[in-house]
Ligand binder design. Structure first.
Ligand code: C2E
Ligand code: MG
Ligand code: MG
Ligand code: MG
Length: 289
């Protein structure tokens, strides 16, 4: 009886594993087809200067528009794209679209300084990542100074000395580098001395419970202070309330990004934000996620 039950459970798990593997495989197939059919697009979220609430740039965020399946958020496909290597062609495409869009906004006379693009660990690990980036800048005509690459702490740390060299090569192009989700990487801070980075992005998990969680407030203010002392820019992610913004202002944080100002929006809506300013739009309006 026990034996039978055991076998039943074994079969159950095998079935579950097979389901899981099949699901991954079909997702991988869908992703490759999506690349062929060009189903990826970008939404843009404003980066805001706290002092005057002006838009100083945008972060480009990938979405997948699969026919019949709506708009799929990056959390549902970036991890598998990263695992399978699909992130390499996908990431290049994202970079090209973001640079092209930024160039066209600059050509239209919009006064913005930054297009931020997420670079996955696997992309950053490519020995010729600097050539890929430089090729896309040339192709799109975007001057390097407008491009900011967002890397996570883990991408930098786990890749040792190679990371330093690739970072130096990227900086040599004239692009800037931000550390995304700063404070969540379980890393030592010593790398901040070694790596030529430009900006820390305070992770939204520290911002979320301001002003009710004193520990989060301490951590956020420590990161802002760290950035100031190292002469790095600092931006807080996930700002949703005026109370959070007030706290950041008190701590002398210069920049913020979050639903309080705007969700990530399609290019046309981003451009109209540039035209009309951020105050005229009610927070939480527009877009999907
Ligand atoms: P991230 O780079 O840290 O991007 C910030 C995420 O926080 C975005 O989610 C954004 O929509 C969300 N967010 C912004 N403001 C708020 C807010 O006030 N409240 C809350 N709750 N969330 C806010 P999204 O677009 O779903 O992207 C999730 C993650 O997927 C990104 O985190 C990034 O790690 C990754 N990702 C997105 N696009 C790309 C890409 O093109 N390449 C790579 N490698 N990763 C990407
Ligand atoms: Mg980012
Ligand atoms: Mg982040
Ligand atoms: Mg994140």
């Amino acid at each position: 009886r026990a034996k039978e039950e055991g076998r039943g459970i074994y079969r159950f798990y095998t079935a579950a594993l097979t389901d899981k593997a099949n699901e991954r495989l079909s997702m991988e197939r869908r992703l490759r087809r999506a690349l062929e059919r060009d189903e990826f697009l970008l939404h843009y979220q404003p980066l805001i200067r706290i002092a005057d609430r002006r838009i100083v740039g945008f972060e480009a965020l990938a979405r997948w528009q699969e026919p019949g399946n709506g708009l799929i958020p990056p959390g549902s496909f970036i991890p598998l794209a990263e695992e399978t290597g699909i992130i390499l062609p996908l990431g290049e495409r994202v970079l090209r679209m973001a640079c092209r869009q930024m160039k066209s906004w600059l050509d239209a006379g919009h006064d913005i300084a930054t297009m931020a693009v997420n670079l996955s660990p696997r992309q950053f690990h490519l020995p010729d990542i600097d050539e890929i980036v430089s090729g896309i800048l040339t192709e799109t005509g975007l001057p390097a100074q407008y491009l900011e690459l967002e890397l996570t702490e883990s991408a930098l740390i786990e890749q040792g000395i190679g990371a330093e060299m690739r970072l130096a090569a990227l900086r040599k192009l004239g692009v800037r580098v931000a550390i995304d989700d700063f404070g969540t990487g379980y890393s030592s801070l010593s790398y901040l001395k070694r790596f030529p980075i430009n900006k820390l992005k305070v992770d939204q998990s520290f911002v979320r419970d301001i002003p009710s969680d004193p520990a989060d407030m301490e951590i956020t203010s420590a990161i802002i202070g760290l950035a100031r002392n190292l002469r790095l820019d600092c931006i807080a992610e996930g700002v949703e309330t005026e109370a959070q913004l007030d706290f950041l202002r008190q701590q002398d944080c210069d920049f913020a990004q979050g639903y309080l100002f705007s969700k990530p929006v399609p290019a046309a809506d981003a451009e109209s934000l540039l035209g009309h300013g951020i105050e005229m739009h009610a927070p939480m309006a527009r877009s999907s996620f």
